[in-house]
Design a protein. Structure first.
Length: 101
């Protein structure tokens, strides 16, 4: 008996509920990631750029152009996660308008 035949012989009661499986996998991933990723409030330039999904150079230009709030510590810029989230939120509408034009 080949694999195709064995798959076709299963009854509907043997099927996996994909929605339930997806929820379980999502819960397990959330649990495992919450233990491995520290919840941080302040990011350096590279981390902030990555958090926003931008390259370092692109992020630096946006920081200067948009006057993004920052803190200077040890001669380096630091970015508060809340400020980055607010900046992202403030640009959502602008991005939607640019894509629809």
């Amino acid at each position: 008996m080949d694999s195709t035949t064995s798959v076709l012989e299963h009854t509907p009661t043997d099927l996996i509920n994909i929605a339930t499986l997806g929820k379980i996998v999502a819960q397990e991933l959330t649990k495992s990631l919450s233990h491995t990723l520290p919840s941080r409030r302040v990011f350096n330039l590279d981390e902030a750029a990555e958090y926003c999904g931008l390259t370092r150079d692109s992020f630096k230009k946006k920081v200067v152009r948009d006057r993004l709030r920052k803190v200077r510590l040890d001669k380096c810029w630091r970015f508060d996660k809340a400020d980055l989230d607010a900046w992202i939120e403030s640009h959502k509408e602008q991005i939607a308008e640019e894509t629809s034009a």
